[in-house]
Design a protein around this ligand. Sequence first.
Ligand code: SAH
Length: 212
Amino acid sequence: MLNSQRKELIETLRKKGITSDLVLDAIKNVNREDFVPDIMKIHAWEDVPLPIGNGQTISQPYTVAFMTSLLDVKKNDKILEIGTGSGYQAALLNYLGAQVYSIERSIELYNSFLKLMDKLQLRIMVRLGDGTIGWNDFAPYDKIIVTASSPTIPKSYFSQLKIGGKIVIPIGDRFQQEMQVVEKLTGNDYKMESYPNFKFVPLVGIDGWKSE
Ligand code: SAH
């Protein structure tokens, strides 16, 4: 990998509106090549989504940077991620100093991320299962990030979130979604914002889509 490719990607992300130096620094320093299949490594520093096996994709760096910026990650934040996939988003959050808990439903992707964590010496808690019910054992979380799209926000996320915490999740139909940001103001008062035009693989589970 050439250093110039990393710099070029950071410039592209800046031009597209990513302003957080912390997020851009994380994108530059977490090696996306480690998270994509061998034949895709030559494209790792391009701002494009890439296949990671099992019909799933690693999002394009712009989308990862945008969601990470919305999450406003602070050191030691306890963050629940749904949809571990390649583990790239989890590794970025970890790089930013968060304690990351991540759930994946595909056993193949889960197993390959366990191997990668070992190789890269990453300390991330991962679980195989249906992330639409959250991960109650370690709740409440400062932030919840969902990297697959759902018709509605799974109910468990509201109760597993701390007051002052945030959820970032793409919501919509199968073809297009908007990125919703939910802030928990009090026990039952939430502030919502959304940003249009995203496209994610489906969140499949008991409180998401019922099939692929
Ligand atoms: N964050 C990932 C993106 C992976 S794509 C990365 O950085 O690479 C979304 C992932 O969500 C897929 O791996 C898919 O298998 C997973 N997924 C879909 N429904 C899920 C569910 N109910 N619980 C956990 N993971 C789910």
